[in-house]
Design a protein around this ligand. Sequence first.
Ligand code: ADE
Length: 237
Amino acid sequence: MRVDVVSIFPAYLDALELSLVGRAAHSGVIDLHVHDLRDFTHDRHRTVDDTPYGGGPGMVMSPVPWGEALDHVRAQVPDERPVLVIPTPSGRLFAQSTATAWSTDTWLVFACGRYEGIDSRVAEHYAQRADWAGVREVSIGDYVLAGGEAAVLVIVEAIARLLPGVLGNEESVRDDSFATGAMSDLLEGPVYTKPPEWRGLDVPDVLLSGHHGQIAQWREERSRERTADMRPDLGAS
Ligand code: ADE
C-alpha cells in the first residue's frame, strides 16, 4: 500500500518511522511519502491560509497550494488512482470496520488540515476527478484536535497492523477489541503473564489449568463483563 501525507508539519509524521508502522515501511509493505504543503506555495511567507468568506473566527486553508500539492502527489504513480482522505471532526466516524475496509486499498493520500479546515472546494474537486478513486472525510472521534496529523497517525497505524505480514501473529488481530468474528462487539478481557503471583495478586487459576475449553469460556465471560461495564452502548448481554 502506498501512503502519502501532506501537512504543514511534516516532522509530526516522523512517528510513522517507529514501531509497527516503521517496520511496515522499512520492509516495503507500506510505501510512505510525507510532503510539506508549504513547498507548494510561491510567496515569501509560504502562506497556506486566509480569512474565511462570510466572516467568523480563525483561518481557512487555501485551495491553491492544496491543489498543487495533491496534483504533484497524483503524478507520482500515473497508472494508479489514489483515494483522498481528509481527517476532520465533521467527517464520518473512523472505526475498526473502516480500517479493515481501507486495508485493501492500494493508495491513500492524506490531507492534514489545520486552523478551521481546508477550503471545501478541495474535497468537492477531487471527488469529481476521474483520476482519483474518491474522497473520504473522516473523524477519529467526537473531540476537536488542532489538525489532522494526529488523526493520520491513528488511522495509518490501525490499517498497517491489518496488512499481511505486519503483525506476524494473525490471531492477535482476530481477537482484538472491535474485531469482527466470534468476538465481535466485545472488548478484550484481562490478560496476564509471569510471574503467577505479583504483589499479592494471583493470576486466575483457570489460565494455569491447561483446559482450553474452560479458558475460552472464562475469557468470553470476562469480555462480556468488561463490555457491559466500560461500553454498555455496545449491547453485550
Ligand atoms: N481534525 C481535528 N479534529 C479531528 C478529529 N476528531 N478527527 C479527525 N481529524 C480531526
